[in-house]
Design a protein. Structure first.
Length: 343
């Protein structure tokens, strides 16, 4: 134990006496110091004494559509950490093809007495879905928050990035590079984020290139949010003469790069590609992908804060956009991403 005290003290930057006081639950230790000691225990692989383990305030479900797209594990990590800091235990429930549906996962979580549910890109984002399922959930007294989507039929907090501003930003960037024929590779039209991205894309094309909605509509290709979907959509757009493609996800953008190379084109010399998400895998692409950063940290934390207060009604619209950018090689950059809690 003496050796352990020494290791923990060195890791936390405190004295062995302070470590001893924390481990024995003695008073007289500042909160930040106590947290440093507990963090040192975690880093060094020691189990926290039973008396110091925080009792969970309850389970909170997190339902995601998949985990293949790196943006969803990233959101799950941020939300899980934020819930843990508030004393809750996160429960990740993921839909799988041919497996559990959102409704089945919701019922399972409700049966286990969860204190709330956070839905990421769920049926609330599908304009063809029946929204009464969320009224029924509210009737059971289960608070919930909805990420990436909006329905006026649902009275709940919504948290989303500003998809319209993101697409206008992408078009502005590409037009500044000299592109006059820019395509949009996006998901199925029934989804709210897709509709918003189309609106932003068409606004940008009108502002920067003078194209009316009918002209820009011909430069929009719908597909799936997958690498293969991006490849098919970009291939069609390139065949229509597009020299630049804006993609609705980074996975689609990787598919767009593959499509360009299959046609003997170089990215970015012959065809420019812009993604959306700034997911973790983007750091390993060659060449570095220009992408619109989805503010995962801010969105996840906002969802957890709203979950704690979501008994009082929907989230306020119009939070101020924020932006950040990082340089990339060969003059390519990750473009800033507006975000906000929106309806």
């Amino acid at each position: 134990m003496t050796a352990r005290l020494s290791d923990i003290a060195a890791q936390a930057g405190v004295s062995e006496a302070t470590v001893s006081r924390v481990l024995n639950g003695k008073p007289g230790v500042a909160g930040t110091t106590r947290e440093s000691v507990l963090a040192a225990l975690d880093v060094l692989g020691y189990e926290r004494p039973v008396r110091l383990r925080q009792r969970s305030a309850g389970l909170v479900g997190l339902i995601t559509p998949e985990l293949d797209n790196p943006i969803f594990p990233a959101l799950a990590q941020v939300i899980g950490q934020a819930l843990t800091r508030q004393g809750y235990t996160p429960v990740l429930a993921t839909q799988t093809p041919g497996g559990s549906t959102e409704d089945e996962l919701t019922d399972m979580l409700v049966e286990r007495g969860v204190a709330g549910i956070i839905f990421v890109s769920g049926l609330h984002a599908d304009t063809t879905a029946d929204m009464t399922r969320y009224d029924q959930l509210r009737g059971k007294g289960v608070p919930y928050v909805l990420l990436n989507g909006f329905s006026p039929k649902v009275q709940a907090p919504f948290v989303s990035p500003d998809d319209r501003a993101a697409m206008r930003l992408a078009v502005t960037h590409l037009a500044a590079l000299g592109h006059t024929r820019i395509g949009l590779a996006v998901g199925p039209k029934r989804f709210v984020p897709v509709l918003r991205k189309i609106e932003g894309f068409q606004q940008g094309m009108a502002e920067r290139l003078g194209l009316d909605p009918e002209e820009s509509e011909a430069l929009i290709q719908h597909s799936l949010y997958t690498l293969e979907g991006g490849q098919a959509a970009a291939g069609a757009l390139i065949s229509r003469g597009c020299t630049a493609v804006v993609c609705a996800s980074d996975m689609m953008a990787l598919g767009a790069i593959r499509a360009a190379r299959q046609q003997g084109l170089d990215v970015p010399r012959d065809v420019s590609v812009v993604g959306f998400d700034d997911s973790p895998l983007i750091a390993f692409t060659d060449p570095p992908l220009t992408t619109i950063r989805q503010p995962v940290q801010a969105m996840g934390q906002a969802a957890v804060r709203r979950r704690a207060r979501c008994g009082c009604g929907p989230a306020p619209p119009g939070a101020s956009p924020r932006a950040a950018s990082r340089p990339g090689r060969r003059g390519r950059r990750r473009a800033p991403a507006p975000w906000g809690r929106s309806r």
